[in-house]
Write a protein of this length. Sequence first.
Length: 252
Amino acid sequence: MTPQRETILIIDDDTDLCTLLSEYLTHEGFTVETAPDGGQGLEKVVTGVFGLVILDVMLPGGHNGYDVLKQLRARDDVPVLMLTARGDDMDRVLGLELGADDYLPKPFNPRELIARLRAILRRTGSEARIAGKGPSSVRYRIGDIEMDPGRRTVLKGGEPVDLTTVEFGLLEKLLLKAGKTVTREEMTSAVLGRTLTPYDRCIDVHVSKLRKKLGPEADGTDRIRSIRGSGYVYILPLETELRNFERSHAEK
């Protein structure tokens, strides 16, 4: 049986680039559709089924890439890879904060684009298969945070927390190694499916969003601590209690 071809939507007004990418992606086994502006791109997402959207930041008309991403996230959780200006960190950070799964600065090597696409699709596809198999016996509970990977749910104090695919993957990795440092290299490989590159802030932005959604512990301390030059660690409640004990005795 021939496997189903994943359909990619490219939203970009650069017709030459769209033609080039369409030919390249088709050759790699994808089905490709294009839209020259945000309005048409949003209409296609609403009426079609796409495995992933490639979205350019710079778009003509009344919808730039950020506007399109906001509206996409309000109605759909389709994975989004943003194309940004090389060297413009603000483009990258803002795109991630608005819900993009990953970014790629222009100009780029088509091979790297394919690698990024496959990593995102592999991650989101495997998660869909896991969710479709029913409840998993693996669950995490640390303090007031509960995670059920099988059902793709996270609860804080019994209330659901809405996480993106990347945020869910990061939290699962952190809870699995709670109390121990998870390096940025490990996170990038496990969650984004690629190698960490110099000046890459993708993981840091996603962790920042995750922190905001989880909020601090009841005593105001951080759940996720940044380890300078290394990565992040999810603090075990016992460690929090010990710190409070040491602090109270130091003040006496």
